[in-house]
Design a protein around this ligand. Structure first.
Ligand SMILES: [Fe+2]
Length: 199
């Protein structure tokens, strides 16, 4: 099966005012779609055809940068839409909150470090919470990379490519990251990914 563009799990205007309808239309319908189409074209007739996105996003990292950039971004965006929800950013399930406090000091410190990772990612990329050796870490990666290629499991990621925030925030990346953390994060989905990464 070729890759396909998933539907957004909420209406296009559901994340306003923190992320506008216009941003989601461009980001999902144009940028994410391009990653899907480019991946499918680049996989055609290769060993990667028919393999799951997570597998392609990891195994193309060494040796096939064209495919990796697109398949990596497809993987990242599939989850990015689900890492947000209308009215997000509030409390989180107990189990993941306890683990965040144990590994990163406090919820406030985790938020501060996550935002700092996004702000200091030079150029395009992502900031993350990821599970490595059973512990939650804050990470950042360039372009289409994710913690998968560093032997870690992403459980939360924020897209800091300009296409993710320039319509709404212009050059104010820090304001975008703060709005993401405080008002958009779907902690139930983060918790699901945490459970899958640690089982
Ligand atoms: Fe993006």
């Amino acid at each position: 099966m070729p890759f396909s563009l998933p539907e957004l799990p909420y209406p296009y205007d559901a994340l306003a005012p923190y992320m506008s309808c216009e941003t989601l239309e461009f980001h999902h319908d144009k940028h994410h779609l391009a990653y899907v189409n480019n991946s499918n074209n680049l996989m055609k007739g290769t060993e990667f055809e028919g393999r799951p996105v997570e597998d392609v996003a990891k195994s193309s990292f060494f040796g096939n940068p064209g495919l990796f950039n697109n398949a990596g971004q497809h993987y990242n965006h599939i989850h990015f839409w689900k890492w947000m929800k209308p009215g997000g950013g509030g409390g989180m399930p107990d189990k993941i909150e306890k683990q965040i406090i144990a590994d990163l000091g406090s919820v406030a410190k985790m938020k501060e470090d996550f935002i700092a990772a996004g702000v200091t990612q030079f150029g395009s990329g992502w900031c993350w919470l990821a599970v490595k050796f059973g512990r939650i870490e804050v990470m950042k990666t360039a372009n289409g990379e994710s913690p998968l290629v560093q032997g870690a499991w992403p459980i939360l990621g924020c897209d800091v490519w300009e296409h993710a925030y320039y319509i709404d925030y212009r050059n104010r990346r820090a304001d975008y990251l703060k709005a993401f953390v405080d008002n958009l994060v779907n902690w139930e989905y983060v918790s699901e990914m945490f459970a899958a990464a640690t089982k």
